[in-house]
Design a protein around this ligand. Structure first.
Ligand SMILES: Cc1cc2nc3c(=O)[nH]c(=O)nc-3n(C[C@H](O)[C@H](O)[C@H](O)COP(=O)(O)OP(=O)(O)OC[C@H]3O[C@@H](n4cnc5c(N)ncnc54)[C@H](O)[C@@H]3O)c2cc1C
Length: 402
């Protein structure tokens, strides 16, 4: 019996699912190679829409079985616990998987930075489960607040603090502001009772974006009644307070923490070379340093933009590009083609500010770009999200809807 050679993809997020589907297509005529995909969840999460699911419980996951049903990909449900880079084995809780090639695409996790009380008393927003917990909590809170007769207590119940004014914090705050209007209308709570506050350690929100966009986003958030406290860090948390580095103490029962991410310790513990922010050091082809059979992509990879010399940011658009690229490079490794070095393509940046508003820009041909603020923006944001689904469907050979 012929022994198959294994290409293992760890993580079925943006990078991993794209890589696995592209590998399946490239290796279709090579049955001696078997593509394996591993994830702790049986579904692919549209992580860039987590804030919507947290507030409106929108559907943002697709069963992996459905995506790969027409492809020769073996899916393993379970937790990866260790990578043995010398023996070429991925260890899971219940089994081990030998590999000839490995793609690491495990994404990132919440980072509480050891801030006292934060982990125990706040809601992170990194997974589908986090989003569902927030949704259930807010729904209950709204009902309880409506039946609370003491105004002071009601106001305390309806004060939401968002720790971290980056993309996810801002998108969540705006979505929550829209939802609060709904909640107020349905339960006859006084709109003045609801307070949403973003605490941001930098001098302005969405620090990764150009300052002119940050200013526009800031203005739109203020119009929605959201307060922004810049240059302040949350340094302590109890069940009903958040202490800021300025000394100010905010009374709040609800703290949503979007203030930091960290990369899984797995790579460090497995002896891979780790760089800035715990990301895996990779060469221009996205191979782990000194390990030509191991590739890292997405949030896990410390890919360097060759033009700027800076690390490529953690974002879905880059994870998708890298997933496609490493599939090609592995194929080239095996069949003697040309490996392609990674050059990030920035397709745009769009920040949604509730259901009908978005601010950002998208790249156009010939180095031109279109900027937008408003309803058109939200349509473009939807188009960007739909494009991912469209490409996923195309690569998967069109999955059959449930
Ligand atoms: C709220 C929020 C909003 C965002 N909005 C945007 C946006 O608008 N635009 C943008 O470009 N980016 C956005 N991002 C960032 C973007 O989601 C990430 O950069 C992107 O998901 C990274 O893709 P990835 O493939 O590296 O990892 P992920 O998409 O996170 O996938 C990682 C996968 O690995 C699995 N996994 C992890 N550890 C294990 C393990 N030990 N064993 C088994 N499986 C495991 C997970 O279940 C998951 O399926 C946002 C992030 C958040 C949290």
């Amino acid at each position: 019996m012929e022994i198959k050679k294994n290409i293992v993809v760890m993580g079925a997020g943006y990078g991993g699912i794209t890589a696995a589907l592209r590998l399946a297509r490239l290796f279709r005529q090579h049955p001696e190679y078997q593509i394996h995909l591993v994830d702790r969840n049986p579904y692919h999460t549209l992580k860039t829409q987590l804030h919507e699911a947290a507030v409106r419980k929108t559907a943002i996951s697709i069963p992996i079985d459905r995506i790969i049903q027409r492809q020769k990909i073996i899916f393993h449900l379970g937790e990866v616990t260790r990578i043995d880079s010398l023996e070429h084995i991925v260890h899971m809780e219940s089994k081990s998987l030998p590999f000839n090639y490995l793609i690491i695409a495990l994404g990132s996790q919440v980072n509480f930075y050891n801030i006292p009380g934060l982990q125990e008393n706040s809601f992170p927003l990194q997974t589908l489960r986090d989003a569902h917990l927030i949704f259930d909590y807010i729904s209950q809170l709204c009902k309880h607040a409506a039946s609370e007769p003491v105004e002071g207590r009601r106001r305390d119940m309806l004060r939401f603090v968002i720790g971290g004014g980056g993309l996810s914090g801002v998108e969540f705050a705006a979505e929550l502001a829209d939802h609060a209007t709904q909640c107020v209308r349905n339960t006859h709570v006084n709109p003045q009772d609801v307070e949403i506050i973003i605490v941001e350690s930098g001098s302005h929100i969405v620090p990764r974006m150009d300052e002119s966009f940050a200013t526009r986003i800031h203005k739109k958030l203020l119009e929605k009644g959201i307060k922004i406290i810049p240059k302040a860090k949350i340094i302590g948390r109890t069940p009903d307070t958040a202490t800021l580095s300025s000394g100010e103490v905010l009374k709040t029962q609800t703290l949503i923490w979007t203030g930091g991410i960290r990369i899984s310790e797995l790579a460090r513990e497995s002896g891979l070379k780790i760089g800035q922010s715990g990301r895996i050091v990779v060469d221009e082809f996205l191979r782990a340093d000194g390990l030509p059979f191991i590739y890292a992509i997405g949030d896990n990879a410390l890919a360097i933009n060759p033009i700027t010399g800076q690390p490529v940011p953690t974002a879905a658009q880059f994870a998708l590009q890298q997933g496609r690229l490493v599939a090609h490079n592995i194929y080239a490794d095996i069949f003697g083609g040309m490996r392609i070095p990674y050059h990030p393509k920035v397709l745009g940046e769009v920040v949604s500010l509730g259901r009908h508003l978005a601010v950002g820009w998208l790249a156009l041909p010939f180095l031109k770009k279109i900027t937008f603020v408003g309803f058109l923006g939200s349509l473009l944001k939807t188009a960007v999200q739909e494009k991912h689904l469209f490409l996923l469907r195309k690569e998967s050979g069109k999955w059959i809807a449930s």
